[in-house]
Design a protein around this ligand. Structure first.
Ligand SMILES: [Zn+2]
Ligand SMILES: [Zn+2]
Length: 154
């Protein structure tokens, strides 16, 4: 998957649009075992202007993930973007796979959350606080721990 930059170079000022809808493996995105539940959509717009290629790209897909707070599986909707100027004289073609990987790995969260408001697991008893109110008082537990620490230190 490549975009020929020759075409762009020959029509300066004209914007070209491209769309690629492929399975994640075609974009080389499956090396870490991610399970995608739909194809990956990559859209690119490129124009040759003032001796540079101006490229704007976006990526969209969704995959199975695990919430870093409550540890429940959920579907992570991922959207990435990329925009840059590339020197026109040095390049012959643009790797769509390279751009897709760049957008994907930049957009992928280090700590995925099933929801911004996810309450996570109780640090005292371990229940999923999204589903159950266990009534534990995490602060109280911390107090107890600090008392214990004090006793141990004395
Ligand atoms: Zn969660
Ligand atoms: Zn609890």
């Amino acid at each position: 998957m490549h975009i020929s930059l020759e075409t762009l170079r020959n029509s300066p000022g004209q914007t070209y649009s491209y769309e690629f809808i492929q399975e994640a493996a075609a974009f080389d995105l499956t090396e870490d075992g991610a399970c995608f539940d739909r194809p990956v959509e990559v859209k690119l717009e490129a124009v040759c202007r003032d001796g540079k290629f101006h490229v704007f790209g976006s990526l969209r897909t969704s995959l199975l993930s695990e919430c870093s707070r409550c540890l429940q599986p959920f579907t992570l909707h991922l959207e990435g973007q990329w925009e840059d100027d590339l020197p026109a004289e040095e390049m012959q073609e643009l790797s769509v796979i390279g751009l897709a990987r760049e957008m994907y790995y930049t957009a992928l969260p280090l700590k995925p959350l099933c929801a911004e408001v996810c309450k996570g697991l109780c640090s005292v008893c371990g229940v999923d606080r999204n589903h159950e109110d266990c009534g534990c008082d995490a602060d109280q537990m911390n107090d107890k721990l600090s008392v214990l620490k004090k006793l141990l230190l004395e």
